[in-house]
Design a protein around this ligand. Structure first.
Ligand SMILES: Cc1cc2nc3c(=O)[nH]c(=O)nc-3n(C[C@H](O)[C@H](O)[C@H](O)COP(=O)(O)OP(=O)(O)OC[C@H]3O[C@@H](n4cnc5c(N)ncnc54)[C@H](O)[C@@H]3O)c2cc1C
Length: 414
C-alpha cells in the first residue's frame, strides 16, 4: 500500500496531525495498534481525571463543547472526547495495526505492520511519550515478599493486599496514587525526589489558566535556557477534582501519608533513602514562588490586579526534622511498592539511526534527523505545552507546514 504520509498513533497528537494534513489535502493514513485513544483506554488508573481543565483541550477543528469548561475530565470523558475528535476530523485510522518496523527506502520509508506494509515519503511518529513506565534499577533488589507495580498496572486500591504501601515518586502520578491508596486504609509512605509544586488555584483562578494567559506554556523550545533539561523535568504536582483541591506534600501529610527521601538503594532487606528531602522541598517551594512572581508581574502589567484576589504565598512544605534514611522491607510493614517514577516512549520498532545514546529520537523541534520524518507529543517538543492535549494543535500546524514543503520539494532531503 502506498500513501504520502503514514502517521503512527491515534492519540490526540496523531489525530491533530491528521486534521492538519487533511486541511492541506495531503493523502495519509493513521496506523493505530489498538483503538483510537488506546493509551487512555488501556494504560490509566480508574480514578484518574485530567489535570488540565476542560477548556484546555483546544485541538485543530475541535474543542470543549460542554457547560463545565473549568471541570476536569474523567477517563471515560477523555476517551469520548478523543473518539469524537477522530470522527469530527474523519481521520483515516487503521485500527489494530501495530507498526513493527520503519526503515528507509529510496524514495521514503517502508512501514511494516501486523497487517501488511505501507510505503510513504514521510512518517509522523505520534506514538506517545508514555509507553513504558520507568522502573529504577533498584527494583531488582526488592524482596520477593513485596508486590511491585507500575502506574500502568495500577487500577485502584482494591487490587492491593492489605498493609503498608511505598509509593516511589511524588509528581502528579505518585501524589494522586498515594492519596487514593492512603484513603483506602493502607498506610502510605511516599519517597520524594525532584518535584514541581504548584497550587491548583491561585488568586481565584486555576493555575493552568494563569500559565496559559501569561504565556508560560507557549515558551518556544528555542527560547529555553537548557532544552535538554527542560525536556526531562517531572510533571507538575497537580490533580483534577470537583472541589479543585490542591494535592501537594502538605495535603498528603495532613491525611497521614509519611514523607521520606528519594529511594537510592536496597541492600538485603534494607531500603535506603536520600537525606535530601528537606532540600528537595525547599527547592520546589522556591520554584513555585518564582512561578507565582511571574504570574503576579504579568497580572500587574496586564491590569488584572483588580479582577483577581491579591497576591499571596503558601505555607512552605512541612518536613519532619529527622526523616528516616532507611526502612526494613523484611518486617512485613510494606506489602506493596508502586513505581511512580515517570514514563518513557517506546521506539524499539524504529530501524533507523536516529536515536541518541539514551534511546531518544534526535530531532529539532519535532523535525527528526531523517528526511521527511517528524515527531509529535514529546515533552517540550516545540513548546512547553507540547505533551499536553492543548499543545498538539500548534505543533501539528508547524510540522505539517514543514512536511508540506518537504513533499513539494522545497526542503532538501539531505
Ligand atoms: C497518567 C497521565 C496523565 C496525563 N494527564 C494529562 C492531562 O491531564 N492533560 C493533558 O493534556 N495531558 C495529560 N497527559 C499527557 C498526554 O496527554 C498523554 O500522554 C497523551 O496520551 C499523549 O497523547 P499522544 O497522542 O501523544 O500519545 P498517546 O495518547 O499515547 O497515543 C499514542 C498512540 O500510539 C499508539 N501506538 C504506540 N505504538 C504504536 C505502534 N508501534 N504502532 C501503532 N500504534 C502505536 C498507541 O496505542 C496510542 O494510541 C497525561 C499522561 C499520563 C501518562
Amino acid at each position: 500500500m502506498r500513501t504520502s504520509v503514514v502517521v503512527i498513533g491515534a492519540g490526540h497528537a496523531g489525530l491533530a496531525m491528521s486534521r492538519c494534513l487533511a486541511d492541506r489535502s495531503i493523502d495519509h493514513v493513521v496506523l493505530e495498534r489498538g483503538q483510537v485513544a488506546n493509551s487512555w483506554k488501556t494504560e490509566r488508573w480508574d480514578s484518574l481525571r485530567l489535570l488540565t481543565p476542560n477548556w484546555q483541550s483546544r485541538l485543530p477543528g475541535y474543542g470543549y463543547q460542554g457547560d463545565d469548561p473549568d471541570g476536569f475530565r474523567t477517563m471515560p470523558e477523555t476517551i469520548d472526547f478523543i473518539e469524537r475528535y477522530a470522527e469530527v476530523v474523519s481521520a483515516p485510522v487503521e485500527t489494530d495495526t501495530a507498526v513493527t518496523s520503519v526503515r528507509s527506502i529510496d524514495d521514503g520509508y517502508e512501514v511494516a505492520t501486523n497487517r501488511g506494509e505501507w510505503r510513504c515519503r514521510t512518517v509522523v511518529i505520534a506514538t506517545g511519550a508514555c509507553n513504558i513506565a520507568n522502573v529504577p534499577a533498584v527494583a531488582e533488589a526488592v524482596p520477593t515478599s513485596i508486590t511491585t507495580l507500575t502506574p500502568m498496572q495500577y487500577r485502584n486500591p482494591n487490587q492491593l493486599e492489605p498493609g503498608g504501601v511505598l509509593v516511589v515518586g511524588a509528581s502528579a502520578t505518585g501524589t494522586q496514587i498515594a492519596a487514593e491508596i492512603h484513603r483506602s486504609g493502607r498506610p502510605v509512605t511516599l519517597a520524594v525526589g525532584e518535584h514541581i509544586r504548584v497550587p491548583r488555584v491561585y488568586r481565584s483562578k486555576d493555575i493552568k489558566w494563569w500559565m496559559d494567559v501569561a504565556g508560560v506554556l507557549d515558551e518556544h523550545y528555542t527560547e529555553a535556557d537548557d532544552i535538554v533539561r527542560a525536556r526531562s523535568v517531572p510533571s507538575l504536582q497537580l490533580a483534577g477534582s470537583d472541589d479543585r483541591r490542591t494535592v501537594d506534600l502538605n495535603s498528603l501529610t495532613n491525611i497521614g501519608v509519611k514523607l521520606i527521601g528519594r529511594l537510592v538503594g536496597i541492600n538485603g532487606c534494607k531500603a535506603q533513602f536520600s537525606g535530601s528531602l528537606l532540600n528537595q522541598c525547599t527547592l520546589s517551594d522556591l520554584k513555585m514562588i518564582r512561578l507565582l512572581n511571574t504570574i503576579d508581574e504579568w497580572a500587574t502589567e496586564n491590569g488584572l490586579d483588580s479582577e483577581t484576589d491579591p497576591p499571596h504565598r503558601f505555607e512552605s512544605t512541612r518536613v519532619e526534622a529527622s526523616t528516616p534514611l532507611d526502612m526494613d522491607l523484611g518486617r512485613g510493614e510494606i506489602r506493596t511498592i508502586v513505581w511512580a517514577t515517570g514514563f518513557r516512549p517506546d521506539h524499539s520498532w524504529l530501524d533507523l539511526p536516529v536515536l541518541d545514546r539514551k534511546g531518544r529520537i534526535r530531532h529539532d523541534g519535532g523535525v527528526v534527523e531523517a528526511p521527511g520524518m517528524y515527531l509529535m507529543g514529546m515533552p517540550f517538543l516545540r513548546r512547553r505545552k507540547s505533551s499536553l492535549i492543548d499543545g498538539a494543535g500548534d505543533d501539528a500546524r508547524d510540522l505539517s507546514t514543514h512536511l508540506a514543503s518537504y513533499l513539494d520539494g522545497e526542503i532538501s532531503p539531505t
